[in-house]
Design a protein around this ligand. Structure first.
Ligand code: JB2
Length: 207
């Protein structure tokens, strides 16, 4: 089994840890966290390997695979992505075995796909995105880098979602719309019109 390291040790990292263990493809070597001490126990038999400053040495020791396990801070996720790419790490796609992922979809590096998510025909998902538990990304969607589709959100066919956008839990995006970059769609919102970059919308219909 290949080794993998998780960055972060909070809620998102716990879900990723369970997915990796369930899939039984990677062996979790440890976590990298800002608030744990090197050698400190995290969960079951998984320990902290250090903080972000230790990443270079970890890579040099022969560890190639890493996953970003911090979920809700999109800016920090990008900073970490740039750092680990610069060092040379490989970012595999981590997808729970219960997720349905169409063979015609295209998914880029570092994206995580949580239990029971659906990614349908010809959907495209960018780099280090999060398709969270039970979320639906319908056919022909284009979900760009570092987008978080929160649990149970439903993105209907042909929708484009720009970089670094958060689509809240159980939100619905009607088909063929464009949601801008750096935008937040509140939980439970129903989006019926295009949304520009850098907006926050909520409600039914979303405003
Ligand atoms: O700069 C950092 C850093 N800053 C915070 N480097 C590293 N390596 N780790 C950092 N952290 C760590 O991220 C914190 O010490 C903490 O262990 C973790 C954040 O955990 P938290 O549980 O606060 O957030 P999360 O991003 O894991 O989970 C959120 O997002 C998920 C998508 C929660 O809202 C979850 O409920 C949600 N499912």
């Amino acid at each position: 089994m290949n080794d993998i390291v998780i960055i972060g040790a909070g809620g998102h990292a716990k879900v990723i840890k369970d997915i990796i263990n369930d899939n039984n493809y990677y062996n979790i070597l440890g976590v990298i966290d800002a608030n744990l001490k090197k050698g400190e126990l995290w969960q079951s038999n998984i320990y902290c390997l250090g903080n972000d400053l230790d990443l270079c040495n970890i890579y040099k020791s022969g560890i190639e695979n890493i996953v970003i396990g911090i979920g809700n801070n999109l800016a920090l996720r990008t900073k970490i992505y740039k750092n680990i790419k610069k060092i040379g790490f490989n970012l595999p796609i981590i997808a729970h075995k219960s997720a349905f992922i169409s063979k015609t979809s295209i998914i880029d590096e570092g994206t995580v796909i949580m239990p029971l998510a659906i990614i349908n025909s010809y959907a495209k998902i960018g780099k280090y995105a999060i398709i969270n538990s039970g979320a639906i990304v319908e056919h022909d969607c284009n979900i760009e880098d570092n987008v978080h589709i929160a649990p149970g959100a439903c993105i209907l066919g042909g929708v484009k979602v720009g970089n670094n956008t958060h689509i809240g839990a159980k939100a619905v995006i009607i088909q063929s719309l464009e949601i801008g970059a750096n935008t937040v769609v509140g939980a439970g919102a129903v989006v019926t019109k295009n949304i520009l970059n850098n907006k926050k919308v909520m409600g039914v219909p979303a405003k």
